[in-house]
Design a protein around this ligand. Structure first.
Ligand code: HEC
Ligand code: HEC
Ligand code: HEC
Length: 425
């Protein structure tokens, strides 16, 4: 860690700290149950529920299962093997160190069993790919030293994570930190703003849609579920992503808090987490990660159940945020991909709004179907990169006819490109 980075982060903390008030109001708020994998908040004296971690039935070790387009085959027992779970995509990651691939008997289940071999993790555990080495090592020490617990005392797998950290040697921690840190984070969560969500059940901390497709009001919750429940739950397909349903308006609200501090409520996150929110030096990336995980951490830090060596830097950041603010922050961060995220619902949606704001529709039609002023965009032959260039520097013909230019530095560029790409067939 370079000194100047710490110095600038500390300066931010001091400025923010002078405006922070005691958290009496937040102290009364229970953990948002949806972020911890429960239906209702914990009652007084709640204890971990180990039964919710145990497999429901002995696993089938004879039927071979296949994923479409994948030549490998595994049985359900192999898929969930605690000390060497199936790895569907060995080409997606570097060779795994033993601790990641197999863990160590008896107490350390393989990291890949919960976090997946590619480190993408799931809402009920944590995304660990792309974490800075120094942060990874420090947070493992925090788990070990009792500085990182869950604010919801029922959450069973946090206890397991703690006992794993306690059992690991320094060498094993280093090997895991190097392995996961060598992979870049890539987004795999679609954020959808909505008033209603599929009704769900909870299986070992994860929300799964009920058969029958019935819906219910989303209320003040984020409901994160696999895009393909069978692929995620039965096959544990580490390429099968997630959908985060969030209340209407929460992405915009979160954007204000994250990007500009919401008028003094918090500190702009980019100061410490980097301009693209993908991390800066030892500070971890926060964009494009599971919103359930992010909200859980923010709440844990606010309550002090996560109070590691570096968590103090986050204290003033969360001090004045209520649970609804945390939800909005989680929704916005999840909607932010790595760099360009074509196909991400929220980016495409923002692009669609800009398409109207810029008056693109006047020439290209409301849905890019074309008018007598300009060609349709549905059958464009341009690639994503060429579209980006065209918007910055339209052809002479387009310019003469009045097509606006979009500055390379404009945050709208990426969204517009994503929207035009989404129109292509
Ligand atoms: C039983 C499932 C499970 C296994 C196995 C497991 N973890 Fe975890 N891990 C978790 C959970 C759950 C969390 C998040 C805890 C929370 O949200 O309270 C976590 C969080 C983490 C974090 C924090 C991520 C962050 O961004 O701060 C790291 C690092 C981590 N695990 C490393 C490992 C390593 C290394 C191994 C293998 C030796 C491992 N885990 C095995 C469940 C597991
Ligand atoms: C003054 C510097 C600073 C600012 C400003 C800051 N953070 Fe952090 N953040 C950190 C540090 C350092 C950590 C690591 C904390 C730890 O190790 O416990 C962290 C950790 C986190 C984590 C946990 C990451 C993980 O992998 O578990 C989240 C989530 C987070 N910050 C979100 C935010 C958000 C959202 C904002 C803006 C509203 C923000 N941070 C602003 C320094 C900062
Ligand atoms: C005043 C009319 C007008 C407006 C407004 C306009 N365009 Fe165009 N656009 C054109 C014309 C005319 C062309 C065809 C130019 C040519 O063939 O050289 C074009 C071409 C394009 C192309 C290239 C299509 C291809 O396959 O070659 C893209 C992409 C495009 N526009 C996107 C946009 C976007 C995004 C906006 C809004 C930011 C926009 N346009 C606004 C008139 C317009």
């Amino acid at each position: 860690m370079r000194n100047c980075l710490w110095a600038s982060m500390l300066a931010v903390v001091l400025v923010a700290a002078t405006g922070a008030t005691p958290q009496e109001q937040q102290a009364a708020e229970p953990p948002p149950p949806w972020a911890y994998g429960f239906v209702a908040p914990p009652g007084p004296g709640a204890t971990p529920d180990p039964a919710s971690m145990a497999p429901t039935a002995p696993l089938d070790s004879s039927t071979l299962l296949h994923l479409p387009g994948n030549t490998l085959a595994f049985t359900p027992a192999q898929i969930r093997d605690d000390f060497g779970p199936a790895d569907w995509y060995p080409g997606d990651h570097p060779p795994m160190p033993n601790i990641v691939a197999h863990g160590r008997k008896p107490g350390i289940r393989a990291c890949s069993r919960c976090h997946y071999a590619n480190g993408k993790g799931r809402p009920e555990n944590a995304p660990v790919a792309g974490l800075p080495y120094a942060y990874f090592v420090q947070t493992m020490a925090d788990f070990k030293n009792g500085a990182r617990k869950s604010a919801d005392p029922r959450k069973p797998n946090t206890y397991e994570m703690i006992s794993i950290a306690k059992a690991m040697t320094d060498e094993e921690v280093k090997a895991a930190a190097e392995y996961f840190g060598a992979m870049k984070w890539t987004p795999w969560i679609k954020v959808v703003e909505t008033e209603t969500v599929p009704k769900t059940r909870i299986s070992v901390g994860m929300f799964l849609p009920l058969e029958g497709g019935e819906k219910e009001p989303i209320g003040p919750r984020i409901i994160e579920m696999p895009e393909n429940p069978e692929a995620a739950e039965v096959m544990r397909d580490a390429r099968s992503g997630f959908i985060a349903y969030v209340p209407v308006g929460s992405v915009k609200k979160g954007e204000e808090l994250v990007m500009s501090g919401g008028g003094g409520k918090t500190t702009a996150c980019a100061v410490c987490h980097g301009g693209d929110l993908q991390g800066l030096g030892p500070v971890p990336g926060i964009a494009g990660r599971s919103p359930s995980y992010v909200v859980r951490q923010l709440f844990d830090m606010q309550k002090g159940s996560r109070s590691g060596l570096w968590s103090d830097l986050m204290k003033p950041v969360v001090a004045k945020l209520n649970t609804e603010d945390l939800l909005a922050v989680g929704a916005y961060l999840a909607s932010r991909g790595a760099s360009a995220v074509p196909g991400s619902a929220s980016l495409v949606e923002r692009g669609k709004a800009r398409f109207h704001a810029y008056g693109c529709f006047e020439c290209h039609g409301a849905n890019g179907e074309g008018t007598d002023q300009a060609p349709d965009l549905v059958s464009t032959r341009l690639t994503e990169a060429e579209i980006a260039v065209f918007l910055q520097k339209p052809s002479p013909d387009a310019r003469v006819k009045g097509m606006p230019t979009v500055a390379a530095s404009s945050p709208d560029l990426q969204a517009l490109v994503a929207y035009v790409v989404s129109l292509k067939h």
